[in-house]
Design a protein around this ligand. Structure first.
Ligand code: COI
Length: 355
């Protein structure tokens, strides 16, 4: 797919936020990438235009039946000032897997990556340079056809917006208390849990709010069939270090194939630390703790990178992990992954792509 991307420059550029006031997903850059899909034309009219509101027909199908998917990745500034992405090919591939699952027309992965790179070049001045900051990239697609019969839309919009971000949580590596959810489920096999649909996140909001009201930061989701096996934590993949070995739930069909998840597994293999992808029950985790073998628990995702878990509550039992301190493996993974992302640690895996 080789279409020319047109460009309309914003007349007056926005003021950029200071790096200590970035937060996560609060500020947006001056321009965005937009492209449309019509059945007769396919994906067409790629353009970079000033960031701003969209006009939508109230009958647009996304509002009614939720055909919407997204991706999330980041651009980093390295010490020599170059800008790089971390394993973007994986996000492009998953973007299309998500599209396919919701019967949304896929897009040429190289074209989309190139469009993101062109947008980043236009918005280079927005990429923060301070330690721990980056530019979050959000590509997404949604159904725009004005029609309220139930069938796949015949029209879509694909956008890429950019947001300069600091850490996802205020104190990035501070271990969080989590709570094992038994009333609600995140996803079931055969559903859409293994791809990145907007609806997955919509379905988690109520449970997340209830957990927060009880004083927990995140939810540990169990499988939908037996309410027994661990799946994900909040919007992240989860890892347990038990007696020197690391285990993470296998990709069962309802678990997201996270880019950070895969990077953690590859790093552990490289370091010679045993790691297994398998079904793991919540009972096994509590048993391991009772034997004094549960060493570390952490979430892994693009937004947080690594998020240590300090406390785990299931029914009426609460256990503390590593005395609520950051474990050495969580810290090593965080330092190595962010080191590679920010160009401070040698990228032996060829994970980074220069913009
Ligand atoms: C991630 O970090 O991978 C996420 O999915 C979080 C994002 C939805 C903000």
């Amino acid at each position: 797919m080789s279409q020319h991307i047109s460009f309309v420059q914003r007349e007056e550029l926005k003021n950029k936020p200071s790096s200590d006031a970035l937060g996560f997903g609060v500020h947006y850059t001056d321009h965005m990438f937009v492209m449309d899909y019509e059945e007769e034309q396919g994906w067409h009219d790629p353009r970079i235009i000033p960031y701003g509101p969209l006009t939508m027909d109230p009958a647009a199908m996304v509002f009614h039946y939720g055909q919407a998917i997204f991706e999330g990745l980041k651009a980093y500034t390295t010490p020599d000032g170059t800008v790089q992405l971390f394993r973007p090919d994986r996000n492009m591939k998953r973007f299309n897997q998500s599209c396919e699952r919701l019967h949304i027309p896929t897009i040429d992965e190289d074209f989309l990556l190139n469009a993101i790179q062109q947008l980043l070049l236009k918005e280079k001045d927005w990429i923060p340079t301070e330690e721990g900051t980056s530019l979050y990239i959000r590509p997404y697609v949604f159904a725009t056809e004005p029609f309220i019969g139930v069938r796949p839309s015949k029209q879509y919009k694909l956008l890429v917006i950019l947001s300069p971000v600091g850490s996802y949580y205020g104190d990035q590596l501070s271990p969080v208390p989590i709570y094992v959810e038994e009333k609600y489920i995140r996803a079931s096999v055969g559903g859409v849990g293994e791809v990145k649909t907007a609806g997955n996140y919509a379905a988690s909001m109520k449970a997340q709010k209830e957990a927060e009201a009880k004083g927990y930061s995140q939810i540990l989701w169990l499988d939908s069939k037996e309410n027994k096996y661990v799946e994900e934590v909040g919007s992240m993949n989860i890892f347990f270090k038990i007696n020197g070995e690391v285990v993470t739930p296998e990709l069962s069909g309802s678990i997201l194939n996270g880019v950070t998840r895969n990077s953690v597994i590859e790093l552990l293999n490289y370091w010679g630390i045993p790691v297994r992808e398998e079904k793991i029950s919540i009972q096994e985790i509590f048993d391991a703790h009772a034997r004094g073998e549960l060493e570390e628990v952490f979430g892994a995702g693009t937004a947080v990178v690594i998020s240590p878990v300090g406390e785990l509550t299931w029914k009426d039992q609460t256990i503390q992990v590593n005395d609520k301190n950051i474990g050495p493996l969580s810290q090593r993974l965080y330092d190595t992954i962010t080191g590679i992302q920010f160009g401070k640690t040698e990228d032996e895996f060829n994970w980074t792509v220069q913009v």
